[in-house]
Design a protein around this ligand. Structure first.
Ligand code: FES
Length: 161
């Protein structure tokens, strides 16, 4: 079971603040992704059943929001914005640097499961472009040097466990 007691309790706590069951779908998906790292078909079915919604409605929401992972991701999910502000400030070059460093193409996960690299649309931090999101954290105003420093830190975190 994916929606366990912890998630169920968390949604029950939030319920009074939300006008409808459907409105609880986003926080429920957030909780599921925090636990599982992604939203599987099984998780979508459970979410639909939990909130008494059609499965198709849950699938629509999961596919609309890029923040929801529709396949398993690595321990560090590196998401680089390639939208216009970031593009104009070198995001394409940074993406190439990441592909070279990780030995994977955009959209792939390293064989050891440590990293997933994804190009994403605007992360709403255009004023500090280019931006990379790693799991829940933003890293802004990046250049090749600071990106490599960030990746060094992530490597160390993974080593330290
Ligand atoms: S274009 Fe990259 S954060 Fe908006």
């Amino acid at each position: 079971m994916i929606i366990d007691q912890h998630i169920s309790q968390r949604i029950d706590e939030l319920r009074p603040q939300f006008p409808t069951e459907q409105a609880l779908l986003l926080p429920l998906l957030h909780e599921i992704q925090a636990k599982e790292g992604w939203i599987s078909k099984e998780a979508m079915k459970e979410a639909a059943s939990f909130l008494h919604l059609p499965v198709a409605r849950v699938e629509e929401v999961v596919s609309f929001y890029t923040m929801y992972n529709r396949k398993p991701v690595g321990k560090q999910h590196v998401q680089i914005c390639t939208n216009i502000a970031c593009y104009l400030r070198g995001a394409d070059h940074l993406l190439q640097c990441l592909e070279k460093r990780l030995g994977i193409h955009e959209g792939e996960t390293t064989a050891d499961g440590k990293y997933t690299l994804t190009a994403v649309e605007c992360l709403a931090a255009c004023g500090t472009a280019p931006v990379v999101q790693v799991n829940n954290d933003y890293h802004e105003n990046l250049d090749e040097k600071s990106l490599n420093q960030l990746m060094d830190r992530l490597d160390k975190e993974l080593l330290d466990g």
